[in-house]
Design a binder for this molecule. Structure first.
Ligand SMILES: [Fe+2]
Ligand SMILES: [Fe+2]
Length: 343
C-alpha cells in the first residue's frame, strides 16, 4: 500500500520509494492555468462511461479475428498459400496476444504511474487539474484491461480456440531488464516507458479499428480504446514536458540514451510465441525458422519501431533531447525518418 506516502512515518519502503528515486532539479511550481485538460468532457466521452460492452456475434469466425496486415506471420511469402483456416489460427492467436499485451500493459505498468501521479508519489510537481486527470486515466486503463480480458474470454468461447499466451510478454521482460540494469533510475525508466507507450499506442489501435474484414466487436473495442488514448496521448506529452523541465542534466542525458532501448522494448516482436503458432500448424522446423527470420529480420523490426516511434521521438527532440547526445536519437533530427532504434 504505497499510496500512503506521508501518512506513516518510518515507511519500510522509503529506500525504494519512487518519490526519492525520481529526483528533479527542484524549485518548480507549475501553474494550474498553463494546463489545458483533454478530460473536461471525460464523463461524456470516456468509453467506460459511454460505450456498451462489445459482444462477439453468434457465428464468430477466426478468419475475422484480426486484420491479416497486422498479423506479422501472414506477411511471409512462404505462407502466401496458407489455407484460410490456418491463417485464421494465426490471426486469432495474434488477437489474443494483442489483448493480453494490452491488459498487462494497462494494469501492470501504465496504471502504476497513473496511481503514483494521482497520489503524489511520483516526485514531480504537476498542476492540480493534471493530478486529478490521473484518476480518470487510471479508470480508463482499468477498463481497457477489463474489456481486453473480456474479449479474450468471449473469443475463446465462440471459437473454441484456446489462447496460447507467453507467460510474460516480451515487452515486460525487456522493461524489467532495463529497470534492473539501472537500479538507481528504476522509477525514471518506468516513467519514460509509460510515456513511450502512451504516445505510440494510438496509431496501432486505430489501424485495427479501421481494418476491413474484422469482427465488429473486435473493431469496436479497438475504436473505443483509440478514442480514449487520443486524450492520453495529449496528457503524456504534457507530462513529458514537466518531466523534462524538472530533470537534472544527468537525468536528461540518461533519458536520451535509454529512450531508443525503451522504444525497442515496447515494439519487440513475440518471436517465440510466433514460433509456437507455426509449429501448431504442423510446418517443418526449417520452414518455421525461415518464416521467423524473414518476418522478424533485424531490418523489419527496426523499420516497424521507427515508424511507430516517430511522434515520440519528435516529442523528445522538441523538448531539447538532441543536445544531450545519443546518436540513435539525434540521427532522427537530421534524417527525420531514420533514427536507428536499438533492437
Ligand atoms: Fe489504454
Ligand atoms: Fe492510455
Amino acid at each position: 500500500m504505497c499510496g500512503t506516502v506521508g501518512l506513516f512515518a518510518g515507511c519500510p519502503l522509503a529506500d525504494v520509494c519512487p518519490k526519492d528515486l525520481l529526483r528533479g532539479t527542484g524549485a518548480v511550481t507549475p501553474d494550474d492555468a498553463d494546463y489545458a485538460s483533454a478530460f473536461e468532457a471525460w464523463d461524456r466521452q470516456a468509453s467506460v462511461r459511454t460505450a456498451p460492452r462489445r459482444v462477439v456475434a453468434d457465428g464468430f469466425s477466426i478468419l475475422q479475428a484480426f486484420p491479416a496486415e497486422l498479423t506479422p506471420l501472414l506477411r511471409s511469402e512462404a505462407l502466401a498459400t496458407l489455407a484460410p483456416e490456418a491463417a485464421g489460427h494465426l490471426k486469432v492467436q495474434q488477437l489474443y496476444r494483442f489483448l493480453d499485451f494490452t491488459a498487462k500493459l494497462e494494469h501492470l505498468v501504465v496504471n502504476r504511474t497513473a496511481l503514483r501521479i494521482a497520489h503524489g508519489s511520483l516526485g514531480l510537481a504537476l498542476p492540480e487539474p493534471m493530478v486529478f486527470d490521473a484518476y480518470r486515466i487510471s479508470v480508463d486503463e482499468a477498463y481497457h484491461a477489463l474489456f481486453s480480458a473480456d474479449l479474450v474470454r468471449q473469443v475463446h468461447r465462440a471459437s473454441g480456440v484456446a489462447p496460447e499466451l507467453p507467460e510474460r510478454p516480451v515487452f515486460l521482460q525487456r522493461l524489467t531488464g532495463l529497470m534492473e540494469a539501472h537500479p538507481e533510475r528504476r522509477a525514471l525508466v518506468e516513467l519514460l516507458f509509460v510515456i513511450v507507450s502512451e504516445t505510440l499506442i494510438t496509431g496501432n489501435l486505430g489501424d485495427v479499428g479501421r481494418a476491413d474484414h474484422v469482427d465488429a466487436a473486435v473493431a469496436q473495442t479497438m475504436k473505443d480504446h483509440a478514442r480514449d488514448e487520443g486524450r492520453h496521448h495529449a496528457y503524456f506529452a504534457t507530462l513529458a514536458q514537466h518531466l523534462w523541465a524538472q530533470m537534472s542534466a544527468g537525468d536528461r542525458r540518461f533519458s536520451t540514451a535509454v529512450l531508443p532501448d525503451l522504444i525497442a522494448a515496447f515494439t519487440a516482436p513475440e518471436v517465440e510465441a510466433s514460433r509456437r503458432d507455426l509449429e501448431a500448424l504442423g510446418l517443418r522446423p526449417g520452414v518455421v525458422d525461415d518464416v521467423l527470420s524473414e518476418v522478424f529480420s533485424e531490418e523489419a523490426v527496426r523499420a516497424s519501431a521507427r515508424g511507430s516511434a516517430r511522434r515520440t521521438i519528435d516529442l523528445f527532440l522538441r523538448l531539447g533531447a538532441a543536445q544531450y547526445g545519443d546518436e540513435r536519437l539525434t540521427a532522427h533530427a537530421d534524417a527525420r525518418a531514420d533514427v536507428a532504434v536499438a533492437t
